[in-house]
Write a protein that binds this ligand. Sequence first.
Ligand code: DHB
Ligand code: FE
Length: 285
Amino acid sequence: MTATQESPTAAGSGANATQNFKAAAQSAAAELADTPPERVAAIVTAVLKGVHAAIEEYDVSYPEFQAAKAWLMEVGEGGEWPLFMDVFVEHAVENQVARSQKGTKGSILGPYYQPDQVRLGSKCRLPRRDDEVGTPLVLSGQVRDLDGSPLAGAEVDIWHADSEGYYSGFAPHVPDGNLRGVVETDEEGRFEIDTIQPAPYMIPHDGPTGQLLEAAGWHPWRPAHLHIQVRAEGHRPVTTQLYFAGGDYLESDVAEATKPELVIDPQDDGTGVRRSSYDFELERG
Ligand code: DHB
Ligand code: FE
């Protein structure tokens, strides 16, 4: 990928992700007002024990402690906490929550969800630039209840990176709303979404998260993916991602958010359009 002048910086996309997250997190914080102090103490103690154990195991020095402290400050100042948490921690929370959810497997939300995108009919094309580059991709499928009944009027909220790995709303050179939309299923619960193949995504690497990756010898890539949240009245929503068979980094996602059940294998229909179907199953609740 070539870096252009307009490439999103870690600080730029981080600041946007921070704003977004703060707005969404307010209601979550209100729900936690009654958390007993015992639970807070138990979780924080467990986290700190892990830190203390690592210090002992690796005989961590004062210069290393100071470097860690300076780095943590930079993550905050650069607005990179949402990126860091979504890459390194969210998958563990998602796996935990998924243990009690039936139906389509979930995956992490990531930092780039934007609510209230354009509403589209069941057979639609996602908003794209006139000169959008990328292999045409059509994703079709059906949204169903666990008992197999189709869910008409369900919402398939989809967002993904462009063919260079950039997300609208976070990369200044991509217009707002590009490759994002809320698709409503038809009376048989079906949808057919015309878009383009996204590229693998490189997490912003010019800030402190990037420094950490480099210092640890880790690569900054996520495999190409489509983000999808499926919602239907009276059902538990599913937040997930679809990945592409044979794609780069599928086995080494920096965010550890891939699952074998979420891999699609689009096939060329003979006209240069790659097509795949994927059905979603939602649990009542
Ligand atoms: C990040 C970006 C993504 O597109 C994603 O799906 C998960 C994490 C990130 O930069 O943190
Ligand atoms: Fe993503």
